[in-house]
Write a protein that binds this ligand. Sequence first.
Ligand SMILES: [Zn+2]
Length: 169
Amino acid sequence: MTTELTTTETTIAAALERLANEHQQSAAHALTKSDEQVFFRRWSSAFRKALYYYLQGTRPASTPAGCWLVSSATRGGIIHQVDKSGHCSCEAGQKGIACWHAALVAGVEVGTDDLDRFDGGDDDAGDTPTDDDDGPWNEAARDVWAEHEAEQRLWGRLSAVRAAYLRAA
Ligand SMILES: [Zn+2]
């Protein structure tokens, strides 16, 4: 079964893949069996699992209050809620452990941030040059800054999750 992904979907899938790989690298650089390593390894698998379900068609639904709903992969009819700070209502999430629901939402948010860097990010033209007069340097600097901001937000969220995890351990 091949489904044609839109530009938005491709960008979100790419963000999930990048996050999975980055967390795997961080795990590889952490001390063996340290909390740090466990933390990054769990998030890496969570992002990979989220990517798998995303490619299979799973999409989080946003609520009027700004939360996200994700249906359980294993138990039919169960819906998990990821709140604005990235906390998930599932069993793992309640214990402060990485889960793919929160990872999926993080991927959607990072992917959306990636798209916002392009004018008219929703069309199929992909990374068409923006039509303002910024030179290449400004363009690149803005990209780097946007990336930096997106990472900061994600890291802020992940450190909150990690603090909860370390308290529980
Ligand atoms: Zn969850």
